[in-house]
Design a protein around this ligand. Sequence first.
Ligand code: SF4
Length: 294
Amino acid sequence: MRVALHDSDGTRFPNLALMKLSAHHKAAGDEVCWFDALEGGSYDLVCSSKVFTFTEEDPYLPEAAIRGGTGYRTKATLPDAVEHLMPDYGLYDLDYSLGFTTRGCIRHCDYCFVPEKEGALRAHADLEEFAAHHDVVLLDNNILAHEHGIRQIERAIALGKRLDINQGLDCRLIDAAIARLLAQVSWLKPLRLACDGRGQLPALRRAVETLRWHNVTPTRYFVYVLVRDLDDALERIWALKGMHLDPFAQPYIPPDGEKPTHAQSAFARWVNHKAEFRSRTWEDYAQAHGVAAA
Ligand code: SF4
């Protein structure tokens, strides 16, 4: 059977579901290749995956293609036998591993699709199921909220892996015991936190103090900042700057996939363009770009 895989997002981030489908079909003796619209008729099966709601759908994808992923607004998941396979990292020539040790989340943030799509937090996989490399990216939504997730961080430390906990750590769950654990992690990338509303600032401040007190030493502390209300976002940005943390702004994308407003996008560009961020205030940047600052 000739199987074509289609990565609908086309971003630089590899698609985990496609890597598992590739492993599954190769193990079954199928020929696996990337989808090419010019060869549309020559495939026995086309599987497309789309993570992001904001990327355009490919108009050349055949009607019969199997579509999966949050970007297609489907809750369909891979069959268990495929889900728990070692991904085919060769599909994207990766020199690191990635996967989920838990799925779901304990929280219900109103801007997030995870609770609806994945449901309650639960154990999903042991680290060894997908960690084929020295460097491992964990995609868990809220790894500290489940004992199994914490055990997998311990396992990574014991195995000498370098970790990137890619979706950010929940500040409200960082206490002295967690900080002592994280102090033993070898960090592949900055330690990532999130601060999505001004109400989270006290918890963030406490978490960072606890982490620093226990000598957690990533190269940087990186904080995701959701940009919805500009005044709220600006208050958080100033607070983060004052704490010597590195903000990364993400404009809010509504559930219908509509684009962020011009002002939200401009605000994110200002924060994420480090030279601009260091040299100009938001008000100056907004004025220079013809955007209302609030
Ligand atoms: S904590 Fe993160 S994953 Fe959980 S609901 Fe909120 S935004 Fe989503």
